[in-house]
Write a protein that binds this ligand. Structure first.
Ligand code: NAP
Length: 257
């Protein structure tokens, strides 16, 4: 179903985005892989092309930079410009500080990446989908888009925004054959916590030691499921949690072997 489709994945250099790249490559989709770290993106592009015989295009891109996003999409060559699937995955959290104590720059980074970056990329890619009357936008939300946890204030707000934007997109796309879904994970083991704590492993590692977390591939397989339904089916949203996490504040401390 994905053979020869073109999929653009933002935040493809790590975690869930990278896992999506592997799953979609396995199914024969050509891939535009976007993120800021050039070496990772280029290495991944080369290795997936070799392994799966697909075409890949590495795009060094900061989704916060609206002009860069527009020019990257506008300048895609004709073999890449007809994007069938957009996976809006690039995102991050910074800190767990109370609103009254938090850092302005952390707020800027989260809002500029998770909300505005997602909008810039969508705004650049969606007109082509609408014009061709086909395509699929899949946004990475979070359980944090449905519940708020201690210190999660602005990160949770950005994921609540993703949820609202996804719902709005579906309404705006009515009458077209462009689909829009969101995949909302609970705790996933990735670089996410290290990024949240700015490289402090002593703070990041315990996050994944209370119970077995989801792995990026678990979410990538869910994204793939959404993208491979028959054309008349649109998965609105999927909440995927670790078996031991019933809600952000309800988990079973099974430990991890
Ligand atoms: N991990 C979790 O527990 C969890 C749970 C729910 C939802 N999510 C969501 O899932 C998505 C992926 O997270 P992850 O867990 O895979 O985290 P991750 O391992 O830290 O990966 C994040 C990816 O986003 C990219 N990125 C960050 N800022 C960017 C920017 N300004 N421009 C372009 N790319 C950018 C990073 O690449 P570069 O640094 O190379 O740019 C990286 O590839 C995020 O939207 C996150 O909010 C994660």
């Amino acid at each position: 179903m994905l053979k020869n489709k073109i999929t653009l994945i933002t935040g493809a250099s790590a975690g869930i985005g990278e896992a999506c790249a592997h799953c979609f490559a396995r199914e024969g989709s050509h891939l535009i892989l976007a993120a800021r770290r050039p070496e990772r993106i280029m290495d991944l592009a080369t290795s997936l092309a070799e392994k799966y015989g697909i075409r890949t295009h590495g795009l060094v891109l900061d989704v916060r930079d609206r002009q860069a996003v527009n020019s990257a999409i506008e300048n895609l060559s004709s073999q890449w410009s007809q994007i069938d699937i957009l996976i809006n995955n690039a995102g991050l959290s910074r800190g767990l500080d109370k609103v009254q104590e938090a850092y302005y720059l952390d707020w800027d980074e989260m809002i500029d990446t998770n909300i505005k970056g997602l909008l810039w990329v969508s705004r650049a890619v969606m007109p082509g989908m609408v014009e061709r009357d086909g395509g699929h936008v899949i946004n990475l939300g979070s359980v944090a888009g449905r519940q708020v946890y201690s210190g999660g204030n602005v990160y949770c707000a950005t994921k609540h925004a993703v949820r609202a934007i996804t719902q709005g997109m579906r309404i705006d796309l009515l009458g077209t054959r462009v689909r829009c879904s969101s995949v909302d994970p609970g705790l996933v083991e990735s670089e996410f916590s290290e990024v949240r704590f700015r490289g402090d492993k002593a703070k990041a590692e315990p996050v994944y030691q209370n119970f077995p977390p989801l792995q990026p591939v678990d979410i990538a397989e869910t994204v793939l499921f959404c993208a491979t339904r028959p054309p008349h089916v649109n998965i609105h949203d999927v909440l995927v949690m670790p078996q031991d996490q019933a809600a952000v504040y309800a988990s079973y401390p099974r430990g991890v072997e």
